[in-house]
Design a binder for this molecule. Sequence first.
Ligand code: AGP
Length: 366
Amino acid sequence: ALVDKGGFPHHMLREIYEAPLSLLRTLYTLQEKYLQLASRLILGADNIYIIANGTSLHAGMVASYYLSELVGVSPVVTSAAEFPLYYVENIGPGSLVVAISQSGETGDVLSSLYEAKIRGATILGLTNYIGSRLARLSNVYLPIAAGPELSVPATKTFTSTLLLLYLVSLAASKESGRIDSITYREKMESVKSVASRLSETMTRMDEEVKKAIIHARNCRGGYIVSRGITYPLALEAALKLKEASYFHAEGVEAGEFKHGPFVLVEKGFMTGFIIPVERLAAEATYPLILSAIEAGASTVVFSLEGDEKLSQIQTETVSLIRTPRAERHLAPIAYSIPLQLFAYRLGVDLGRPIDAPRYLTKAVLR
Ligand code: AGP
């Protein structure tokens, strides 16, 4: 509370607004030689485990799509709380453990790393604090470089972590010969344009979010539904809604929606949809939106700009929030902003403490 909020009522809002700048900071702080080292670790590993907690774990889940699509490797992604109990037996000198922690001090991440190191694994650490224990335990570490984050609900560090994981995967893709240098450079350029588009559209998105809040404020809970590379974003949005708004929400994989979750959908229940970036997955989502509307749910749709299909679905029970269209792998970054704003605005509307949710601390040491 003693730290300047730069004119914003809460650190969380200031930090969301800072995200585009933090993305550039992440991009420019990263040195080519460390990226290359990290890529070699990825390409040389017999098996890869990504371990983290909470928001960092959701970033790790997105990274599994990056690595599998850009590098052709399928990492095991697991909570750092599960790793030492159920996974370490398979860890050996050929294993690479990618540990993600904003604070670099999360107890479960550190104890996982001790266990992994004892068994000879190599550690690639990603952290926002280069003086942290995570950095010291890593064979190679990469700075998230989002700048200090004071709000307990993580925001700009999430977007910057996503970017860092994307850049590492891209570098490994280039190193393995899957993409050439020209494509690599083009993709780097598109990172800059996403950052500037997000900054240009921030206020407009925030206005759309403020209007959408009416669809959640009187609801007893809700779902955030998505699929594919944006499914971890649904989990992350649900976590942010709990922390910042004390609003019970659950992330649902769109294909699972009709296998049970749909039963709760009715008037007084919120259903949020993040339209997937893959065309077929997006098309499979539209009928779900219609079903939710028909069931009387308050519906909020997060989409990419220029989604024409959605202009047909406009009733008073639906709100539409648009984020800049970004290429597939950058879409999770683009979607993060309106989802974080939504949790923030709902929290403000419901009078929640926002920056300091009860029981929670910025780093869960043990
Ligand atoms: C994020 O909003 C939460 N406060 C929490 O889930 C957090 O991401 C988790 O505790 C992990 O923290 P870390 O990244 O510092 O390891």
